[in-house]
Design a protein around this ligand. Structure first.
Ligand code: C2O
Ligand code: CU
Length: 461
């Protein structure tokens, strides 16, 4: 368990706004950005002493907010100024396979000093994010991530606010705890959990919201492994507008669960009164995440944005091709041996020699593990059994899936999403139309679990 006290910071808050990068609208429908990954000093303590050494995009944490409009072509010229290879994955985008950013699978890793141009059309409006996908368990934990918002129309509203949360594992001197990167204990248990909560890169920032009218809050969880739960200080009910970028039939919640990589858009009506703060309550005792400050220069939304019920209707389950996935491994699990590179080995040996701890259907996962081959346009169902003692945030690249989501209170809701948080022992059915050709990763977004074998590939052609 983390130390909840160290999640809380006493020092004064700093600016919360995600910095706007230079946006070049070169021609109609083409949006261009430049991103450079490099080592950057960042002061978590707000004292100016002992800045931590992070790896960031354009020297900001999170990386710059990228915005575009549905139907635009997004072009990102990326420069790798790190000392190790990297790639960028555009999480939640129903992307072209060659732009999906999975090293070894969809592109060669971008070497130090190299550049790469990502260029792809934006089919959907919604809340997405981008993050490093090479040794992500380390590169994301060092800060290589940022938000990507695709709007329905060009109108940008100051009442449309990104709240990107992360937990960092810091030492007492506010440096990143680097010694524990790759800890087998983390990899075999719940992943790397941090002890320092930030929202938009700052600890307990002030977030300006309109003094009256509605606000759209786009909550995102960029943590390696922590499942967060958010609640407003007055425990008010808010409306969920979309989940993992895809619009849903609106429903009300009084708290929001966010597994790693998940996003939820909320509509908050501040007409009557403003909430004072947002709390993170996963540990029981509420931890202050951010304060809200009313700003009467900002105009609120006069009504909630229109939503829909997902980008496409759920296909008929009876016709779907079934792909059974038995998830096994980790500490306190029943897996004693698994296949790795064609050889059956004990879990102990795999852990000590190969740092592998998790398996799908008895095989340690990797980019060479094809879980299924699907015909373009076919409906498919991933029938998953989490036969482990741990939660897992299961993410499918390239397409969203329909799932009976049990994360929002007593009622199960059929939602279209790209990451589903599974409880220990849970069985779930992820139903989708394989309408995007390519090799698509399916993996746990607890990034240590993925590195340790919890991932495979769906081939769609
Ligand atoms: Cu956001 Cu393969 O992940
Ligand atoms: Cu996992």
């Amino acid at each position: 368990m983390m130390d909840r006290r160290s999640f809380i910071r006493g020092a004064g808050a700093t600016a919360a706004a995600v910095l706007l990068p230079r946006l070049v609208r070169a021609q109609k429908g083409l949006v261009r950005y430049q991103l450079t990954a490099r080592q950057t000093a960042h002061d978590f303590s707000s004292t100016g002493k002992n800045p931590a050494s992070l790896w960031l995009y354009n020297e900001t944490v999170p990386g710059p907010l990228l915005t575009a409009v549905k139907g635009d072509m997004l072009e990102v010229d990326f420069v790798n100024q790190l000392e190790e290879p990297t790639t960028i994955h555009w999480h939640g985008i129903r992307n072209l396979n060659e732009m999906d950013g999975v090293p070894e699978l969809t592109q060669p890793a971008i070497q130090p000093g190299e550049t790469f141009r990502y260029r792809f059309p934006l089919r959907d409006a919604g809340s997405f994010w981008y993050h490093a996908h090479n040794m992500a368990w380390q590169q994301v934990a060092r800060g290589l991530y940022g938000p990507l918002i695709v709007r329905d129309d060009a109108a940008d509203s100051p009442a449309d606010i990104v709240i990107m949360a992360d937990d960092w594992r810091l030492r007492d001197d506010f440096q990143l705890d680097e010694a524990s990167f790759g800890s087998l204990h983390d990899w075999s248990h719940g992943g790397r959990l941090g002890n320092w909560l930030t929202v938009n890169g700052a600890s307990q920032p002030d977030i300006e919201i309109p003094a009256s009218g509605g606000v759209r809050l786009r909550l995102m969880n960029a943590a390696n492994a922590r499942v967060m739960r958010f609640q407003f200080s007055d425990k008010r009910a808010v409306t969920v507008l979309s989940v993992d970028g895809a619009p849903c039939d609106a429903f009300e919640v009084t708290s929001v669960s966010l597994g790693p990589a998940q996003r939820v858009d909320l509509f908050l009506d501040s007409q009557a009164r403003l909430p004072e703060a947002l709390y993170e309550i996963s540990g029981g005792a509420p931890v202050l995440a951010a304060r809200f400050v009313a700003d009467d220069r900002i105009t609120g939304m006069s009504k909630a944005p229109a939503v829909g019920s997902g980008w496409y209707l759920p296909p008929a389950a009876e016709q779907a091709k079934i792909i059974d996935i038995h998830m096994q491994g980790g500490a306190m699990g029943s897996l004693s041996s698994a296949r790795f590179q064609g050889e059956e080995r004990t879990l102990r040996d795999l852990a000590m020699q190969e740092r592998k701890l998790w398996a799908f259907n008895g095989t340690v996962g990797g980019y060479d593990q094809i879980l299924a081959e699907l015909t373009l346009g076919e409906s498919a169902m991933l029938r998953i059994w989490n036969d482990t003692a741990w939660q897992h945030a299961m993410h499918l690249h390239g397409q969203h899936f329909w799932v009976r989501s049990a994360e929002f209170g007593a009622t199960e809701r059929l939602l279209l999403r790209d990451t589903y948080l599974m409880a220990p022992g849970e069985k779930a059915e992820l139903l989708f139309i394989a309408d995007n050709p390519g090799l698509w990763l399916f993996h746990c977004h607890m990034l240590e679990h993925h590195a340790a074998g919890m991932g495979g590939v769906l081939a769609v052609s």
